[in-house]
Ligand binder design. Structure first.
Ligand code: CA
Ligand code: CA
Length: 467
């Protein structure tokens, strides 16, 4: 291997940039006690036998807590490569790192800018973003980056703690960087570069590229998830990196999120309170993450067709993995068309309002309030005390349904604006199993031997006879 002389480093500058100095200035002399950075302990684990978790995890992660966060930072190169505007790149890094706690109970703390990966390690910083001008080129690699799992120690190029590091390749063809300033402009201004850094940093925390096979863990091609191996809404590692102008998402994918939750536990403090998520104008892959409160997804002002399943822990088990206890949902705007926009939902969301398109709404076991608006909508009813407005249009309500292994029945649903002769109530069992009666207010109710109980508010007749 070639060796390169490390450029001398201004000691005074180093002192100013030390994480402790930054921590003090950030603290502003307030009462919060500061934590001195120290390398986080690395824990390893055996394959789980679960396809999804084994495909997206490397087998290691960092022990951490609010008192012992994982410190991360930006470093100048191992061979003396210098950032020109490290603060700008460090800002992107901090943005990227803020993604992970949206989903997982992981404690990350920015520690500053360091003279080299080794200087960062010496300062107690476990996770490092840096760049390389020499090694990739000398080995003939055109990869955009290389990242190292927490437990990595092979091929360390003289770096003391290469686990947790990402090396961006200055010479990668993708950037087509004309000089250092151009390289840094690309990193700080393009969505694809952001996605690449997100991809890289996710590996430093213990996620694995789904296409990467280790001695103990499979590639996606050898799992039940093979058909999704090119869809970046499932994993940021599926982003193709063909061009810097590609339209890509800037979030993790659902597999990444579940892997991260397996490693660190689901986040418990994201978007607390009652939140309205307005996705009417969503134009690219979007993920909502929510831990608490009574929340509403809104597509109220779009005329596009929306197809959404409210999150349900049974979907997680049926579609993904048994090993993470979280409700997953989602769907798409303009599903199955070239204009499709995928929406992912993580955590508990109760209510949904859709716009004037022809929508499909799968409710969940929580108490839901559904407003389907204009358009001919399909609403799949569920357990929980649900209040449903089909809105105008010829709407269809399913009392009972099965998708995959997820079975639902409308156990306590009020349909507020059912229009006889226009809307349809689908009762899948033969008529003699569906019992019609009137409730105390004189409104039509239907119950079935399968546990359905539905009130058609305002209807004072047997819809089975007059429809
Ligand atoms: Ca429900
Ligand atoms: Ca409607």
């Amino acid at each position: 291997m070639k060796s390169f002389k490390v450029k001398s480093f201004d000691k005074k500058k180093q002192l100013l940039l030390s994480p402790f100095a930054l921590a003090i200035s950030a603290c502003g002399g307030g009462g919060k006690s500061e934590i001195t950075p120290s390398l986080s302990a690395v824990r390893t684990f055996d394959p789980t036998g679960d396809d999804l978790i084994d495909m997206v995890t490397s087998g290691s992660y960092y022990k951490n807590s609010s008192n012992e966060p994982i410190f991360y930072g930006l470093a100048h190169g191992h061979y003396g490569e210098q950032w020109e505007n490290p603060e700008g790149v460090a800002e992107v890094l901090q943005d990227v790192m803020s993604e992970f706690p949206k989903y997982a109970d992981i404690h990350l703390q920015y520690a500053g800018i360091f003279a080299s990966p080794n200087a960062a390690s010496d300062a107690g910083v476990s996770v490092v973003l840096t760049f390389d001008k020499f090694i990739f080129e000398s080995s003939g690699s055109t990869s955009e980056w290389q990242g190292f799992f927490p437990h990595a120690d092979e091929n360390d190029f003289g770096v003391k703690q290469i686990g947790g590091d990402v090396y961006l390749n200055f010479n990668s063809d993708l950037w087509k960087a004309t000089d250092q300033a151009d390289f840094e402009r690309i990193l700080t201004e393009t969505d694809v570069a952001y996605a690449i850094i997100l991809d890289g940093m996710s590996k430093t925390l213990g996620l694995k590229n789904t296409d990467h096979e280790t001695t103990t863990r499979p590639t996606i091609a050898n799992t039940e998830f093979a058909e999704n191996s090119e869809d970046y809404t499932f994993s940021v590692s599926h982003i193709p990196y063909e061009s810097l102008s590609d339209e890509v998402g800037n979030t993790l994918g659902s597999y990444d999120i579940l892997g991260l939750m397996y490693l660190y536990g689901p986040a418990t403090n994201v978007n607390l309170g009652d939140t309205v998520y307005d996705l009417s104008n969503a134009s690219k892959f979007t993920i909502i993450s929510d831990s608490e409160g009574v929340d509403t997804l809104s597509f109220e002002t779009t005329d596009r067709d929306v197809s959404i399943a409210l999150p349900d822990a049974r979907i997680t088990k049926d579609e993904y993995t048994d090993l993470v206890d979280i409700a997953f949902g989602g769907g798409a705007i303009n599903l199955g068309t070239p204009q499709e926009v995928v929406i992912g939902i993580v955590g508990e969301i109760e209510n949904i309002t859709t716009g004037s398109g022809d929508d499909v709404i799968y409710t969940n076991p929580s108490d839901n309030i559904v407003n389907a608006g204009l358009g001919d909508d399909i609403i799949l009813l569920s357990a929980g005390a649900d209040t449903v407005y089909g809105g105008s249009g010829a709407d269809t309500f399913y009392a009972e349904w099965l998708v995959g292994d997820v079975y639902s029945v409308a156990a306590n649903t009020v349909i507020k604006d059912f229009e006889v002769g226009i809307d349809t109530l689908e009762l899948p069992h033969p008529p003699d199993e569906d019992v019609f009666s009137l409730n105390l207010d004189g409104f039509a109710t239907y119950s079935t031997s399968y546990g359905a109980y539905i009130v058609l508010e305002g209807i004072e007749a047997n819809v089975l006879l007059i429809a």
